[in-house]
Design a protein around this ligand. Sequence first.
Ligand code: ADP
Ligand code: 5GP
Length: 200
Amino acid sequence: MSILILSGPSGSGKSTLCSAIMKKIPNVYFSISSTTRKPREGEKNGREYHFLSQEEFLKDIEEGNFLEWAQVHSNYYGTSLKPVEEAIDEGKIVVFDVDVQGHHNIKKYYGKLATSVFVTTPSKSVLAERLKGRRTDNEEVIEMRLMHAYNEMKHIDEFDFLIVNDEIQTATEAILSIVQSLRYAQRLEDTQKLLNEWLG
Ligand code: ADP
Ligand code: 5GP
């Protein structure tokens, strides 16, 4: 089993890179978070997110359904544990797109099984351009995301890998090679099996 956590400022390209992973690599499960944020144009309930009311979200917290949850840019976001555990049982690579708080908590929960990648842009001004170019958020929301970006950047050192998403082709190659490498990560259960077989 492998877990890949993508974090980084909003607009840095995490969703774009996740889509590339899903398109190119088999046996990957993308963890669909729940959120109280309103759906953007083109987003579908159950595909990008499970869109919940605040009441529904608080009920999920109370019932202990979340592996982790956090408040980001004044909305709630959370990862349900059950589908993640099911995907792990099926031997899938589980990919998370979460903020730095989510990264911290998922790493704490899965320990060495989790590999993390911080995705960012070459500069704050490029980030601003991308957020504006995406045309999904109004000026106020973009301003809040840019303000929050620096708080995310301060956590870069906590991650295993860093991708500066300048040229999309290069960034895509980088994320795909990181995911491919997970297939060769040392896993205690695998090495024990290999040792037994090797001894004959
Ligand atoms: P995030 O999921 O991190 O919020 P997105 O994947 O939505 O970010 O990317 C933000 C915007 O930037 C989108 O419009 C996306 O198409 C665009 N984008 C992503 N990577 C690049 C890149 N390398 N060069 C130019 N535009 C990009
Ligand atoms: P957006 O509103 O742009 O889709 O996401 C905003 C931020 O919330 C991004 O940094 C994204 O990674 C983060 N996020 C999305 N889902 C979760 C989640 O389940 N948990 C946490 N902690 N953060 C999340």
